[in-house]
Design a protein around this ligand. Structure first.
Ligand code: HPA
Length: 241
């Protein structure tokens, strides 16, 4: 069974034929919401809305540990994370669908590991390649089979939010090698790694990062975002049929 973590533009997954919901309690507190179980095509899937069903949990307030622990506890074999991002690299045009292949983490103060406390062992999980190659390839192939343009490979910068970045911060991220910027990719990916859950990220570019577009301020095109979410659903349907 695969897990799908929906981002702010995907708090519900209409293509999921829901069978049941389950409230999971974890040693790390409550997940963002109950887990929704169901089927897409022939496959069993469990869905969780990262920001809660009401989209009310800010990126820095998400209980990433509880979400990943809950998914692991119900036996998922992999996680597909969906997220909205700002485009930094010139080809990361709003509307693009991107499967990043690496991460730079600028977030802070988030509970970012399961290995803490004196009773836990000190374990240094390898994070050279944060995303699972097999899942990345399945996403790319599914997108292309669905007739969509998919961008393969990008460095995802995770900022703290909830504010957007300054133009100078984006220049710095770019110098650091970042191609995309979002607020929720970490510590989610690292926690999945600690649980040995294959994890891949499907990113939807919803705006030019600060200072990159033609507009003076960052502008989200909500209508365009909604249209592209249909594309995300097509990718999932193709992947899971
Ligand atoms: N910056 C950070 N996170 C984001 C952005 C952005 O420009 N767009 C969507 N999520």
């Amino acid at each position: 069974m695969l897990a799908i973590i929906g981002g702010s533009s995907l708090a519900k997954l209409p293509i999921l034929e829901v069978t049941h919901r389950q409230v999971v309690r974890t040693p790390y507190g409550d997940p963002s919401c109950a887990l929704t179980f169901g089927r897409i095509g022939m496959q069993n899937v469990v869905f969780i809305a990262r920001h809660g069903y009401g989209n009310s949990i800010a990126p820095h307030e998400i209980n990433y540990r509880a979400n990943i622990w809950a998914l692991h506890s119900v036996g998922v074999k992999g996680v597909i994370a969906i997220g909205s991002v700002g485009g930094i690299r010139p080809d990361m045009v709003p509307g693009s669908l991107v499967i990043p292949d690496n991460i730079v983490d600028y977030s802070w103060g988030r509970k970012h590991t399961f290995f803490e406390g004196v009773e836990k062992p000190v374990i240094h999980v390898d994070f050279t390649h944060p995303y699972d190659r097999g899942l990345r390839e399945r996403l790319l192939l599914a997108g292309r089979q669905a007739g969509l343009d998919m961008l393969d490979g990008a460095v995802y910068a995770c900022t703290q939010g909830p504010r957007l970045e300054s133009a100078a911060e984006i220049v710095r991220l770019e110098r650091d090698g970042a191609d995309l910027v979002g607020m929720t990719g970490m510590p989610e990916a690292a926690l999945a790694g600690e649980m040995k859950l294959p994890y891949a990220h499907l990113c939807l570019v919803v705006n030019w990062a600060a200072g990159k577009g033609r507009t003076e301020v960052v502008s989200f095109d909500e209508a365009q975002g909604a249209v592209r979410m249909k594309a995300v659903e097509r990718i999932l349907i193709t992947l899971l049929m």
